[in-house]
Ligand binder design. Structure first.
Ligand code: SF4
Length: 354
């Protein structure tokens, strides 16, 4: 920033580094970054390369190569540029006195101020942004933001922070608390007004954890158990290869828009006979003809763990003779060979089912 006079080029350099650093760490990315920046002039490359970063292309096509100049306009005009990236570009490239909050900053600020509520909750995140905006150095905001993130990455690290070497240890309430020193103002958890930044009453300060009491995340919920009947309908295709019917899931919700074998959520503890009946009715819609429950062959069960669902697929198969006319009024559906199945947008769970 100190040596590059062109503000758009500065913004471009910071932006590219932020995009690359979302994928990996500085040590891994720096060589790629330097080579990329050597061979690309921002405006030329944006015009020539089929970049997968639409906001970068938008700068060229709609903003005449001029990157917006404030965190607010960066976020507003460039879809995909979030609050953090906007703050980083604006503070580092343009010297706007605006804060940034990333995972490292969350950790440092929660420890500095003993914020013990769930650090991913909107109330805490909003408060951290307020704090970052209030703290940022007015004359060197870019350096300040990078220093704060670096402090989190190198000193105030998640497991064993180096408090003795920390340049802000005098200001750190978590450290004061660890050392049994009173804070100059009441701790939020002692103030007795039930503020949204306090640790939950059922999870008080654990002295064995020291400063790593902060930040805190909400306890993970147990995944809920679900059962789904799924049926692999198969036929002999016109070229002799086996083909399978796949249908597309709705465009929102779990696994939105992915393809799967026709499936049906089941109530827990449903008897097998009832399962077959329900599945046969469901399949009739896809095949356009009655399906005999006896024709359904139970293959077995496949368990797949999503982050919040423990899913059991009860897998059936049903060979079909002759052609099946797919009803265009239903969700999109198609017959695929094994190769086509694997090349389709199918979930890992469905690959296991196959
Ligand atoms: Fe983090 Fe320790 Fe520094 Fe506090 S004193 S900010 S806990 S490293």
């Amino acid at each position: 920033a100190a040596t590059e006079q062109d503000a758009d080029r500065r913004a471009y350099a910071v932006w590219v580094s932020e995009i690359m650093l979302q994928q990996t760490q500085v040590a891994t990315v720096i060589d790629y970054y330097n080579r990329w920046m050597q061979v690309t002039a921002p405006h030329r490359v944006l015009l020539a390369a089929p970049l997968t970063q639409p906001p970068l292309c938008q700068v060229v096509s709609e903003l005449a190569g001029r990157v917006p100049r404030t965190a607010e306009t960066l976020q507003k005009l460039l879809p995909g540029v979030g609050r953090y990236t906007a703050g980083a570009i604006a503070s580092i490239s343009y010297g706007q006195a605006t804060g940034v909050v990333d995972g490292n900053v969350i950790r440092v600020l929660c420890r500095l101020r003993c914020i013990g509520a769930d650090s991913s909750s909107p109330a805490v995140i909003d408060r951290l942004w307020d704090m970052a905006n209030a703290l940022v150095d007015r004359s060197r905001p870019g350096d300040f933001n990078q220093a704060l993130m670096e402090l989190g990455a190198t000193v105030c690290v998640p497991k064993a922070p180096l408090c003795g070497e920390c340049p802000v240890k005098q200001h750190c309430r978590a450290r004061r608390r660890l050392l049994g020193q009173p804070a100059p103002v009441p701790e939020v958890e002692d103030c007795g007004v039930g503020c949204p930044l306090c640790p939950p009453a059922e999870e008080p300060w654990d002295s064995s954890l020291g400063v790593t009491n902060f930040p805190r995340k909400a306890a993970k919920k147990q995944p809920r158990a679900e059962r789904t009947a799924t049926c692999v309908l198969e036929r002999r295709g016109c070229r002799g290869a086996l083909e399978y019917l796949i249908v597309q899931r709705p465009s929102s919700g779990l696994l939105a828009g992915l393809w799967e074998f026709p499936s049906l959520p089941l109530a827990q503890d449903l008897q097998e006979e009832k399962q077959r009946e329900l599945l046969a009715d469901h399949l009739q819609a896809w095949t356009g003809r009655p399906v005999a429950t006896g024709g359904l062959r139970l293959i077995g069960e496949v368990i797949h763990i999503f982050s919040h669902i423990h899913q059991t697929y009860v897998v059936y198969s049903l060979p079909l003779d002759g052609d099946v006319t797919l009803d265009p009024a239903l969700s999109p559906s198609r017959w695929v060979t094994v190769e086509e199945f694997h090349a389709s947008a199918v979930s890992t769970a469905m690959k296991k089912v196959l």
